[in-house]
Design a protein around this ligand. Structure first.
Ligand SMILES: [Zn+2]
Ligand SMILES: [Zn+2]
Length: 1452
């Protein structure tokens, strides 16, 4: 125990070290820190041993040497310091004492690879108990060729514990002058390759006094290679070596005497009494004495006396005379050689158990777990006589049925043999067949062997491991007998008669048939599980199988491998593998990382594969491993070669890239992570010398270790989220790809989908930030523009100059915003997490989306500002007239005031009024009133329309000639029948007759409604008519038409539509214009303000204080409407933020998520009418849906009111602050007019203060201080009264519709995306960004859902495009010009669409369910006959549909 605690092993004396602790990858795995403590020695030894490093036994602490050199003098007094060193034998003994059976086996394996002796009897110096290490030795298998076989070149392969190799033991009596172990090493080594099989005194730390290893019996073997010039012995022999004096290890000695063919006793002290005792022993072994005549106590006479006394055969006394070791060893060798030839006592190690038990020696296999496990394993394997037959009877699930299922699975993807069957029916039939086969699998009772196997697997911890090990050992033994012969034949045939292909193939089959390993049992387990998966979860069978993956995962952790691909059926049992790996992931607390290491040969083809892998963002790390390199300087010398190699690799990559049409890939490093300096590794030969007696080359082990360190470095680099679950995803999609024979990695698995939606999510948020910024800039620019005439301090600058400045500013803003998005994109793709590499190929889509966004926003900004300028200019004349009139009148009133004040006698109110009336009459007569010119709106609008269509051909022109807008749009707009749509119907299936016309009519009606709304809003504003209104209208039409390219609107239709809309607009606008002229007639306006002038005049005359009144007027007439206007403008973007961040916001995060939420809701509601709207009137449906969602969201928490009040408070604060500021900074302003002007210019970017001074009419210079006080008070009141209005709320829909920035419209644009729909089934595109290279959708649906039917039977069709595109069927429509074209090559006609096959057969369950449920209803509505629905579609439940929906949109 003392030694154990020194070595830090005391805990493991009870709680044994296990193989998994040793295999664990941790900081020590690749660390080369010098060893500083005793506690680090066992670990270091094990690490080196696992590397099969022949230097493993020389581990010692660094400090030991230092202490000696620095403190040598101090230490002279004490005994030589042994506190920090340990004899290798002690270390080995201690470790074996502290390890469990499986680690012991592994240690023994590795030790024997290094040609180290391994423990046969392990002593325990505390309990004095010795253990026969049978289990530990059980896994050693050795190959050799005895000289008699030399001619045939045949090898014998044997498990050493089972082979009856004669054993020769070496022991010593008393102290001995000869180093027994060193002599043994020489005995076993070929002269040209001396090797330290046994630890001896002269080895590092070999001289440290032993503490726990006395009584240790080590064993080693000599195996010949069949070459007489090399072999020391012609037949195999095992050599046992007892450590310590036989007098203190009597039990071990007796054991050796009973089990060995011969025991050699090294003896110096010939007078020892012990020898007499020995003589009396009955031994099976022949005894030899080894005496050193050079020893101090050697006396020839004593020896002679003893020989005669003990009647020892003189031949059995070997004396080392005055000869060197080599000579002496030869003598020994010939003695041992003789023994082997005679082999009087041969006992396999397994058979030594009885002897051990007789001697009171434990056997490690005695433990209950090992015994019961063996029983269970034997139970299974005992009955195997013919492996083929056994497999047929006991492992029947993996037989033909499984192979058939594999074929079916592949056919279900490839649809090769569909013939002229309907694809969906064919798929269903395949599914049915598979189900039947699975059921058939289940009709077999679980076989006896599998029942026993599952029982064994289910046993606890160590017992299971023993069981599996026993199974492996038993099966190995079985197949060793069967296979070795076949393998030799196979090798022989391949080497000598490779032309006999059939024979080789036949042998290959035999090899595969008769191989039977643990993997076959696990495979069967997998099949049981897979078959159970097709049963309901409540079934008994399923419950029996449920725990299997967990057991298998535990097995993986215990170090047993599990196969991924069943090589015999070439299939991956995905459900089984998934379940196992998922369990494993759970077992390691979700802290798994997986890294696939593959050994590749054929590089040219590999490069092709990697170019394709780059497409999905996988860039593997590549290392070149050069084997059997003997030169130490290989790495340096090969510098030039490496450069050359890289050049060649680059060339090869370019060639491959050209073939893959990926010319941007030019370098090898583009597809692989490869550094010529660190990614090359030179590994020397494995064996040092000639096998089987050669140990592993130390250089080999070191080179492999340094390679491992490199791999570990790579492993550390591997992403955090490369865990087992991700690995599973890749396995699944790769397997799908293989089944589809689509070796191009274009598959979109859920990882890619996930990464893509994350990217969309991010991009959407950047885009939204950009749009919000631009909107608020736009609002302030427009405000500035609106305020321009009134506050422009530089009258010489025209409004056009301001426009130009604003456009420059806009351009800067836009560039800034675009750059921000682009920078964000770059940053996003630089991040290593979130699997950005998987979506690398979509980056370009988003880069160009950002560009488009900028361009489109720029256009909007330009149009809006230009429109504002035009309106401003249009109003300029009227404003001029008005202000000049006001000026004149103001002057006149002030003149009159002066005059009246000069009159001595005070004037009565009546007199004042008469004076005023006089002045008013005279002034009016003096002003020359020009009425406003009346415009012909229809004519002006027509000019705009012509401009809009100016680039079109003569046909359009001829339609316009002679048209008067006044006459247009009087009737309802109707799409002319004939011409547009009907001819588009496909030849085999078609929509109902009017389908296209209806679609077109619907679109036109939509556009008309939109325009109507716009016109009404303009008219409600009671402004004058401006040409920009018609321009905006035409833009709206053009944009909507662009969005619906797929509807195929003809030019004639477009022109008629525009004429219709413009005609209606012209009439409405004409009326608006007339009203405006009427209302704004200058004379009328002036007359209307007569009362105001009079009141003001009287107040002034009486010097009444007007501050309060003016302050109130300014607040009510100017500020309040401006503030309300401001709040209305600001609220729109906020509502979107609210929806985007509130509860349920994830539904709007991406287009995919949005589709998911709609489809989910539709499914929950389960009403056909809703589906019908969704499918047939997708756009309107989405608009209404969104609007409803927004309204619901807002009404729940009264957020609209909150937002309104927030902006109100903000603005009131700005106003109040402005008032304060102006008061403080401009003390000398004594006139209210200037004061108000100052306020206005301070607010010019925030508020549109219309005609401020005009409406307030100020004649005098009032007290500004008092005015400011009143104003502040009124502003406060205004805040309260507005807040109260907002609180009252009202119809949210109305309020939203009245906002200038309509959140519902913006949300629609964001979520509607490009608006494209699948050309076959009509599902909307879900791709992110504005511009994308390809449109794609998560799930497609039966074409029959939107009414497509078979032209002959008039039945709705059920085919799904995602199946059709992998089938051999064809389509034909107007696009193909009526000819048939394979669906596979749909991209010829629809190059923008990417229709991927379903990720699984369940993927389209959602729409199958819908189709099956509403089949009759759809048919009725479309005047078609119901479709023939496959049985399994009918069986689908709403739950199945929901499951498939979640899976398709990756929402689990
Ligand atoms: Zn489709
Ligand atoms: Zn799209």
């Amino acid at each position: 125990m003392e030694l154990l605690s020194k070595a830090g092993l005391e805990d493991h004396y009870e709680n044994k070290l296990t193989l998994s602790t040793v295999l664990e990858i941790n900081a020590n795995t690749t660390s080369d820190e010098p060893l500083s403590t005793m506690q680090s020695l066992p670990g270091a030894f094990l690490k080196k041993l696992m590397m099969a490093n022949v230097n493993a036994r020389s581990v010692k602490c660094l400090s030991t040497d230092q202490e000696v050199s620095y403190c040598g003098v101090d230490n002279l007094n004490t005994d030589s310091d042994t506190s920090n060193v340990i004899n290798p034998l002690d270390l080995i003994t201690a470790l074996f004492l502290c390890s469990d059976g499986f680690l012991q086996q592994e240690m023994v394996q590795k030790m024997s690879m290094c040609q180290f002796a391994v423990p046969l009897l392990l002593p325990n110096c505390d309990t004095k108990q010795s253990t026969l290490m049978l289990w530990a030795l059980r896994d050693i298998v050795k190959k050799f060729r005895s000289s008699s076989q030399a001619a045939t070149k045949a090898f014998v392969e044997e498990r050493v514990v089972l082979s009856d190799i004669p054993m020769v033991s070496f022991v010593r009596l008393g102290e001995n002058s000869l180093s027994k172990s060193q002599i043994l090493n020489k005995l076993l080594s070929n002269p040209q390759q001396y090797h330290d099989t046994f630890v001896h005194h002269d080895m590092e730390c070999g001289d440290v006094p032993r503490q726990v290893s006395d009584g240790l019996v080590e064993i080693s073997w000599y195996f010949p290679c069949g070459n007489r010039n090399i072999d020391m012995f012609t037949k195999p022999v095992s050599v046992a070596n007892l450590r310590g004096d036989i007098r203190s290890s009597e039990k071990q000695f007796s054991f050796l005497c009973q089990t060995s063919a011969a025991v050699y006793i090294f003896i110096d002290d010939l007078e020892a009494n012990f020898f007499k005792v020995l003589k009396s022993k009955k031994t099976k072994a022949e005894l030899f004495l080894v005496v050193n005549c050079q020893g101090k106590r050697f006396r020839v006479d004593t020896l002679k006396k003893m020989i005669s006394n003990c009647s020892i055969n003189e031949k059995n006394v070997i004396v080392k005379k005055k000869q060197n070791d080599a000579e002496f060893v030869k003598t020994l060798q010939s003695s041992v050689g003789e023994i082997i030839e005679r082999s009087p006592n041969r006992l396999t190690i397994e058979n030594m158990v009885d002897v051990a038990h007789q001697m009171g020696i434990w056997v490690d296999e005695d433990c209950g777990e090992c015994q019961s496990a063996r029983k269970m394993a034997d139970e299974i394997t005992r009955n195997i006589t013919d492996t083929n037959e056994f497999k047929d009877q006991q492992l029947q699930l993996q037989g033909t049925i499984w192979k058939e299922i594999s074929q079916l699975e592949k056919e279900r993807c490839r649809l090769r043999k569909a013939g002229d069957q309907d694809i969906e029916h064919y798929k269903s039939s395949l599914k049915k067949k598979e189900k039947e086969l699975r059921e058939k699998q289940y009709t077999f009772d679980i076989s006896d062997a599998m029942t026993s196997f599952m029982l064994g697997m289910s046993s606890s911890g160590a017992e299971r491991s023993y069981f599996l090990k026993w199974m492996r050992i038993n099966l190995d033994n079985l197949s060793r007998q069967n296979l070795s012969g076949l393998r030799d034949q196979y090798k022989d045939l391949c080497q000598h008669s490779p032309e006999k292909k059939d024979d080789i193939k036949d042998l290959d089959k035999q090899l595969s048939d008769c191989s039977l390993g643990l993997e076959h049992f696990l495979r069967e387990l997998g099949q049981l599980y897979e078959a159970a998966c097709s049963l309901p979860e409540s079934s008994l069978q399923w419950q029996q199988m449920e725990h299997l993956p967990g057991l298998c995962a535990q097995m993986l952790l215990d170090g047993f491998p599990v196969e991924l691909v069943d090589g015999d059926a070439s299939n991956i049992p995905l459900k089984w593998i998934s379940a196992v790996l998922t369990q494993l992931h759970t077992l390691v607390d979700s802290n798994s990382k997986i890294w696939v290491v593959t050994v590749l040969g054929v590089l040219q083809i590999v490069v092709h594969a990697f170019i394709r892998m780059k497409e999905v963002g996988k860039k593997p790390v590549c290392h070149f491993v050069h084997q059997n390199v003997s030169d130490m300087s290989a790495h340096d010398n090969n510098m030039r070669d490496r450069k050359k190699l890289l050049e060649q690799l680059d060339e090869m990559t370019q060639a491959a890239a050209r073939m893959e049409k990926k010319e941007n890939i030019t370098k090898f490093t583009d597809v692989m992570e490869y550094d010529p300096d660190t990614s090359s590794c030179y590994i020397p030969g494995l064996w040092h010398g000639t096998p089987p007696m050669a140990p592993v080359n130390a250089g080999y082990s070191e080179a492999v270790y340094s390679f491992k360190k490199t791999l570990m470095k790579d492993f550390r680099k591997c992403q955090r989220n490369d865990d087992l679950t991700y690995f599973l995803e890749w396995t699944q999609s790769l397997w799908e790809a293989v089944k589809f024979e689509k070796f191009i990695f274009s598959f979109r698995n859920s990882l890619v989908a996930d990464a893509y939606s994350r990217l969309c999510l991010e991009y959407n948020s950047w885009e939204w930030v950009f749009q919000k910024k631009m909107y608020s800039w736009m609002v302030s620019a427009e405000t500035k523009m609106s305020n321009i005439v009134m506050t422009d301090q530089h009258p010489q600058r025209s409004i056009r100059d301001v426009l130009q400045d604003l456009m420059i500013e806009a351009s800067e803003k836009l560039s800034e915003g675009e750059k921000e998005i682009q920078d964000n994109l770059v940053k996003y793709f630089e991040k290593q997490d979130g699997h950005v590499n998987l979506v690398e190929k979509y980056k370009e889509d988003f880069v160009s989306s950002a560009k488009t966004l900028r361009r489109e926003t720029e256009n909007t900004v330009k149009n809006k500002l230009q429109g504002a300028v035009e309106i401003k200019e249009g109003m300029a004349e009227l404003n001029n007239i008005k202000s000049s009139q006001a000026n004149t009148m103001e002057k006149k009133v002030l003149d009159l005031l002066q005059k009246c004040r000069q009159k001595k006698a005070g004037l009565s109110d009546k007199e004042l009024r008469i004076e005023f009336e006089n002045m008013w009459r005279i002034t009016l007569s003096e002003i020359h009133f020009r009425g406003l010119p009346r415009r012909d709106v229809a004519q002006d609008a027509f000019l705009m329309l012509r401009g809009n269509l100016s680039t079109r051909g003569s046909h359009v022109n001829s339609m316009l000639v002679g048209t008067n807008l006044v006459d247009c749009g009087k009737k309802e707009f109707a799409v002319e029948s004939g011409g547009f749509g009907e001819k588009l119907g496909s030849l085999v299936k078609h929509w109902d007759f009017n389908h296209y016309r209806k679609k077109l009519q619907e679109l036109c009606d939509n556009i008309i409604t939109q325009c109507q709304l716009f016109i009404t809003q303009k008219v409600e504003n009671k402004t004058d008519y401006h040409d920009t209104y018609i321009k905006e209208l035409l833009n709206k039409i053009d944009e909507t038409l662009k969005q619906h390219k797929n509807v195929n609107v003809s030019e004639v239709c477009e022109v008629s539509l525009k004429l219709h809309i413009c005609g209606r607009a012209a009439r409405k606008f004409q009326k608006m214009h007339n009203d405006f002229i009427e209302v704004n007639d200058p004379r009328k306006c002036l007359e209307q303000s007569k009362i105001k002038y009079l009141t003001e005049f009287k107040d002034l005359f009486h010097n009444r204080d007007l501050c309060q009144k003016k302050a109130e007027d300014f607040t009510k007439l100017c500020l309040q409407p401006a503030v309300q206007d401001y709040v209305t403008k600001m609220i729109g973007p906020d509502v979107i933020d609210e929806v985007k961040t509130g509860k349920g916001s994830e539904d709007y995060s991406t287009r995919g998520a949005f589709q998911f939420s709609i489809l989910k809701q539709l499914l929950m509601d389960g009403e056909y009418e809703q589906y019908r709207e969704y499918i047939n009137h997708y756009e309107n449906f989405v608009k209404d849906w969104l609007f409803d969602q927004i309204v619901q969201q807002l009404s729940k928490v009264r957020s609209l009111e909150k937002l309104e009040k927030k902006h109100l408070s903000e603005m009131v604060k700005i106003i109040t602050d402005t008032i304060c500021n102006i008061r403080e900074t401009t003390t000398n302003v004594n006139d209210v007019k200037t004061f108000i002007q100052n306020i206005c210019s301070a607010l010019e970017e925030k508020l549109v203060l219309k005609d401020a001074l005009e409406s307030i009419f100020i004649l005098n210079t009032a007290d500004t201080e008092q005015f400011a006080d009143y104003l502040t008070e009124f502003v406060r009141e205004m805040k309260q009264s507005l807040a109260a209005t907002y609180d009252k709320g009202g119809d949210i829909k109305e309020r939203l519709r009245s906002l200038p920035f309509k959140p519902q419209d913006k949300m629609f644009t964001i979520l509607f995306g490009c608006g494209e729909q699948c050309p076959f089934c009509g599902v909307p595109c879900e791709a992110g960004g504005i511009k994308h290279a390809k449109h794609h959708a998560s799930i497609h649906r039966s074409e029959g859902i939107r009414g497509v039917r078979d032209i002959f039977s008039n039945k709705l069709v059920i085919q799904i495009c995602s199946s059709l595109v992998v089938s051999d069927t064809s389509f034909s429509n107007a696009k193909t010009g009526g000819t048939f074209h394979p669906y596979k090559d749909y991209q010829t006609f629809y190059p923008d669409w990417l229709i991927t096959r379903d990720s699984s057969i369940e993927a389209s369950d959602y729409w199958k369910y819908v189709m099956a449920t509403f089949n009759e209803t759809i048919a009725k509505g479309k005047h078609a006959l119901p479709a023939d629905i496959p049985e399994d579609w009918k069986a689908l439940t709403r739950d199945d549909a929901f499951k498939s929906l979640k899976k398709s949109f990756n929402m689990i």
